[in-house]
Design a protein around this ligand. Sequence first.
Ligand SMILES: Cc1ncc(COP(=O)(O)O)c(C=O)c1O
Length: 352
Amino acid sequence: MKSYFRKEIDAIAGYTPGEQPKVANLIKLNTNENPYPPSPQVIKVLRDFDPARLRRYPDPTADALRDIFASAVGMKRENVIIGNGSDDLLTMIFRAFTSPELPVAVFEPTYSLYPVLAAMQGAPVIKINLDTGSFSYPADSVQQAKNANLLIITRPNAPTGNCAEKELVKNICAGFDGIVLIDEAYSDFADDNCAEFAAEFDNVLVMRTFSKGSSMAGLRLGYAFGSKILIDGLMKLKDSYNVDMLSQELAKANFLDAAYRKECVAKIISERENLTAKLTGIGFKVIPSQANFLFAAPPDGDGAGAFQALRDEAVIVRYFPGEVTGKYLRITIGTPEENARLFQVLEKRFCK
Ligand SMILES: Cc1ncc(COP(=O)(O)O)c(C=O)c1O
């Protein structure tokens, strides 16, 4: 049959999400999920939820959530939009700000969904290379991105785990003639964040997710905040009821239990530092991480080999082929027991 798809859709392979294997007893350290469950408050809301309420549509704009997220960053409801995961918000953002005439600039390497969304729009991608050794950010980023309409800074970056210097991010926000999206999917694990730039600059959006620090990847909830003019524009692109009623309620209960979330995050950060030291001790090059994962190159620089060795022992991590990324593994920080098992396999392989 001849293809009836738009040529942009025929041209792309589509995004490949990290594997979600169904095998029991597997150690799953490949998609940066949180190893700890969400707040006990979530269980309470689930237990008390009256299913009869599902007859009705949810609040289309999730205003109760917008209010609590807004107040957490010193903004107003009008400054916040809710998404069915932050990938949903990314789809809206690419539809809003990119086209064949409106390129997007991204750093390389970064979250591999961005180029796929650009391709769907037929939008050119301007790649700004990070330093191939340290993954630090070039000082002339604004200059390199000058022909783009949208520039994405992932902070902390995925898959490398490091953060662009805050001063550089501020300079980009002030100097870039286009929209700056700061994707803060992993900011719960970082020393600082860039929330204030969303209030300071009209062209800046900051985006967060419940999938990492909040232990709710299965729920699908994200939010973005920025100037009213940007949020109003994105609202036009949103599916009418993009976040279901139960997700709205569970997310609210979880978000309000900040003490519990902080406790889980602290455990992950402590394990991150512990695993960094142990892997460094057996000759790995580990990029100092501000996220809930490590980007770590085995001593022989053979990321694919180490990936397979772990897989053979039922430990799944993420491997990104490529001249620079192919030397590394991306390892999600799990529970102490999971991390110990991962380390045991790698120690056996590299300490003969
Ligand atoms: C940098 C980055 N942004 C966004 C997302 C998407 O998160 P969500 O689960 O909210 O769609 C991910 C998921 O891995 C990510 O790594």
